[in-house]
Design a protein around this ligand. Structure first.
Ligand code: PLP
Ligand code: COI
Length: 340
């Protein structure tokens, strides 16, 4: 497979149109057979449900080139089931999970020349999404939907790669108790835009959101879950019904156990944060991004083992997860789907 002539190592996390994208339409209560198309643009009615009432859900996963030259993607079955959960919560039809995996496969295969070479630091980001497309003016679910997938080669989500980032405790909330924080709906991200612009203007890389009900427990950031390491080397993962069930975090929990580390998933009070020695953000885009400092209304909480470079436990988790993804380490849980 001849790769495109792209400066892979200098890619940021941005959009670049690739050759093909996948489209399926839901009309009269059924999905059509779907297929690959060339046109990256969408034409829809001015009153489309997605434009009026934000009825849209999405996913994010990646394809990698392994050290031995295979093209693989990571756990697309979990993205398929999470998209189905998101769709049900927003009263949208489910795109069948087996068809989701097949559609992602077809899209990556058709854009294989854009899957960055191993070791370049870049990967192919895959964005499946679905939205209400027919005119909707009274507040109700759309009748017709479109499911699409595009791919785009990306570099690190945070500039500076593995250098620890600085985040602030947000005064804005991301997700309400019993709301939609646990699904991947566009509306959750629209909610976070003012908060992230504010954080960036103040010189921070991201926000730490606390639970909206009591503002005492750690939730997540705008685009990643947290993981902490305590002074005994235990991995502590915040649990909440209003955070996204991250596939990276679920995979890291298994990786940590495989490495013999103790893992505890529980509610994490914000007051405990200064006691942790390492902190990281995990997600498809973020991979594991170390956090060096959390700013709580002007007061810095600096992590002892991770403020200048990745702390040792997070580094081990990072090396193991990316080792599996790049085919350097054994994929003993069958997480990789090979594109042949
Ligand atoms: N939390 C939020 C709000 C996200 O947008 C993401 C990204 O998908 C994650 C967590 C991480 O989830 P995953 O590891 O499945 O990509
Ligand atoms: C992902 O990690 O796939 C996401 O959707 C997060 C987003 C902030 C890019």
């Amino acid at each position: 497979m001849e790769k495109k002539n792209i400066d892979w190592s200098n890619l940021g996390f941005g959009y670049m149109a690739t050759d093909k994208r996948y489209v399926a339409n839901y009309t009269d209560g059924a999905w059509d057979e779907g297929g690959l198309v060339d046109d990256p643009n969408i034409t829809m009615n001015e009153c489309a449900g997605v434009l009026q009432y934000a009825q849209t859900v999405f996913e994010g996963l990646k394809a990698y080139t392994t050290e031995d030259g295979r093209t693989v993607m990571f756990r697309p079955d979990l993205n398929a089931s999470r998209l189905a959960d998101s769709a049900r919560r927003l009263e949208m039809p489910v795109f069948p999970e087996d068809r989701f995996i097949d559609a992602v496969y077809q899209t990556v295969k058709a854009n294989e020349a854009y899957v960055p070479p191993c070791g370049s630091g870049a990967t192919l980001y895959i964005r499946p999404y679905m939205f209400g497309i027919n005119p909707v003016i009274g507040v109700k679910p759309a009748d017709d939907y479109q499911f699409r997938i595009f791919t785009t080669p990306v570099g690190p989500y945070f500039k500076g790669g593995a250098k620890p980032i600085t985040i602030k405790v947000s005064d804005f909330d991301r997700a309400a108790p019993h709301g939609t924080g646990n699904i991947k709906a566009g509306l959750n991200y629209a909610m976070s835009l003012h908060a992230i612009v504010t954080a960036h203007a103040e010189g921070f890389d991201e926000n730490m959101y606390l639970d909206a009900g009591t503002r005492t427990y750690v939730e997540e950031t705008g685009g990643a879950n947290f993981l902490f390491v305590d002074k005994d080397g235990k991995v502590v993962i915040p649990k909440s019904d209003s955070i996204l069930p991250s596939i990276t975090r679920r995979s890291l929990t298994q990786v940590a156990k495989d490495l013999g580390l103790e893992v505890e998933e529980r509610k994490v009070a914000f007051s405990e944060v200064p006691e942790f020695v390492e902190c990281g953000l995990c997600g498809t885009a973020a991979v594991i991004s170390p956090v060096g400092c959390v700013n709580d209304h002007g007061k810095d909480i600096v992590f002892k083992n991770g403020c200048d470079e990745m702390g040792p436990v997070i580094k081990k988790l990072y090396d193991t997860l990316t080792g599996i993804q790049m085919g350097r380490l054994e994929d003993k849980h069958d997480w990789l789907y090979e594109i042949k």
